[in-house]
Structure formats: structure tokens, C-alpha cells
Design a protein around this ligand. Structure first.
Ligand code: FES
Length: 144
């Protein structure tokens, strides 16, 4: 599979109050960004359990995005974004142990008014994952 043919599949866990609204704004504003992300809306980025990330990779994702409200104080549940940041840092270490490049997991802060930021995060993430190639967990069976 050449780099041009490879279309990374990205699972995006977006918090309801900021990142999801930012993604929605990107769509409503008709901003161009790669259609590679499957969005899962959660109430807060602090809800993201590392097992969600492992499941996404197990089910064929090439990359996982966790996006929430800006640090330090925009989280609607006070400290969910801090928890998410710590969990993502630890999850990256575990992924590395399994031979999955930590760059495949990314955490970003996107407010409800930052549709352009969401679009640029997606563009950049797709480029990074394209360079890495398909997930090492993929063995021909694509479930997404
Ligand atoms: S509500 Fe958005 S990160 Fe907590």
C-alpha cells in the first residue's frame, strides 16, 4: 500500500461542550478537512478510559484523537481535561510497549468557537499518521 493510497482511519473522542461543538462549527462553516475521523461524542474528555483507546486500535484505527476543552479552566466538569491529559500520557507509554507508535494517540484542546483549529488538527493528524503508515495491529482485516 503506497502512502498516497493509505487513508488513515482516525477515531476521535470529542467532549460535548468544546471539541464536539468545534467540530460541528467546522462542518457548519464548511471548512475543508480530511474526512478520516469517526467522531464519538463523550460528555467530557475525562470520560476517556484508556481501554477506549485500546479498543479503537484493536478494531482497526490508525490513530486516536482525544479532544476537549482548553486547559486549565474550560472543562465543564472542572478537572476532566487534566485527567484526560494524564491518562493520554500514560496510555502512550502502554501503546509503545505494544509496538504502537505513541504519535498515533493525540490529545488536543479545541473550544466551541475554534472550528478552524479542529480542521487544522485533523489535517495535521492525518499527515502524521500517513507518514507512520497503517497501524501495526492491522493484519488485513479492517473493521471500521
Ligand atoms: S467538558 Fe470538555 S473536557 Fe471536560
Amino acid at each position: 500500500m503506497t502512502e498516497q493510497e493509505f487513508r488513515p482511519k482516525i477515531v476521535g473522542f470529542l467532549c460535548n461542550w468544546c471539541a464536539y461543538a468545534g467540530a460541528d462549527l467546522a462542518g457548519v462553516s464548511r471548512l475543508q478537512y480530511p474526512p478520516n475521523v469517526r467522531i464519538i461524542r463523550v460528555m467530557c474528555s475525562g470520560r476517556i478510559d484508556p481501554t477506549f483507546v485500546f479498543e479503537a486500535f484493536k478494531d482497526g484505527a490508525d490513530g486516536v484523537l482525544v479532544a476537549g476543552c482548553h486547559l486549565p479552566s474550560d472543562c465543564h466538569y472542572l478537572s476532566g481535561n487534566f485527567k484526560a491529559q494524564r491518562r493520554v500520557m500514560l496510555t502512550k507509554k502502554v501503546l509503545q510497549q505494544f509496538g504502537i507508535e505513541p504519535e498515533r494517540l493525540r490529545i488536543e484542546w479545541v473550544s466551541a468557537s475554534e472550528g478552524d483549529r479542529f480542521a487544522s488538527v485533523m489535517k495535521d493528524m492525518v499527515q502524521v499518521i500517513k507518514k507512520l503508515g497503517p497501524s501495526p495491529l492491522k493484519n488485513g482485516g479492517e473493521k471500521l
